[in-house]
Design a protein around this ligand. Structure first.
Ligand code: 13P
Length: 213
């Protein structure tokens, strides 16, 4: 329930679960949604692991899977971009019954080196073949126009992390520089709250998600 007394549906989602065990632990702990990221395996192994998570999750928990590979760096793991194929995208959805699919189509986690090169044509093609909502990872550093085009090409969920970390850290750094005496961690951590919330609002408006809950 938000500050205006309005009930907002919120999912508690595990991002990039690396194994069946990770996803099982999250589901057992009360998560309402999980991502199984078995994208480092070849497609048949990816499907096998993803299917085991879908079976465990049942009807109440939504499951997301990844094909191809989102490049860049996340939690100290660095990887290259591998564009998802249309065939693998269709195959994993049809053989597992996942709720959402993240086909890696040129995005990276963290900052981009150069301009993002998203394959919109393939995104639209996958979307036209499947009813499954598509997920765009690596939302930081993708130009606003590209975000809008992605939504037109079937993207229904956008993951944005680094952008939020950047504004929060910038505010906390400024706060500590301006007040060398403060030592209360609640105030230090809290000093990044407003800028973080504003960035979330900005992204909700950009992605046309505001007031849609
Ligand atoms: P960014 O940190 O690049 O926004 O990526 C977030 C993400 O895709 C998490 O899964």
């Amino acid at each position: 329930i938000n500050e205006l007394g309005i009930k907002i549906p919120v999912a508690l989602h595990l991002d990039h679960g690396g194994s069946f065990e990770d996803c099982k632990n999250a589901i057992d702990a009360g998560f309402t949604s999980v991502m199984i990221d078995a994208s480092k395996y070849e497609i048949d192994e990816n499907i096998k692991i993803t299917k085991s998570v879908v079976n465990y999750a049942g009807d109440e928990i939504t499951v997301e899977a990844e094909v191809g590979h989102v490049g860049g760096q996340e939690d100290d793991v660095i990887g290259d971009i591998h564009y998802a194929s249309v065939e693998d995208s269709v195959k994993i959805v049809n053989s597992t019954g996942i709720f959402m699919l993240a086909p890696a189509l040129g995005s990276v986690h963290g900052p981009y080196k150069g301009d993002p090169k998203l394959n919109f044509e393939r995104m639209a093609e996958i979307n036209n073949l499947l009813k499954t909502p598509l997920v765009l990872h690596g939302g930081t550093g993708i130009y606003d126009e590209q975000i809008k085009t992605s939504i037109q090409c079937g993207i229904a969920k956008i993951n944005i992390n680094t952008d939020l970390q950047l504004v929060w850290t910038e505010s906390v750094r400024k706060f500590l520089e301006e007040d060398k005496k403060e030592y209360d961690p609640r105030k230090v951590i809290g000093s990044g709250e407003v800028s973080l919330k504003n960035k979330v609002k900005e992204k909700l408006i950009l992605t046309e998600s505001a007031n849609k809950a």
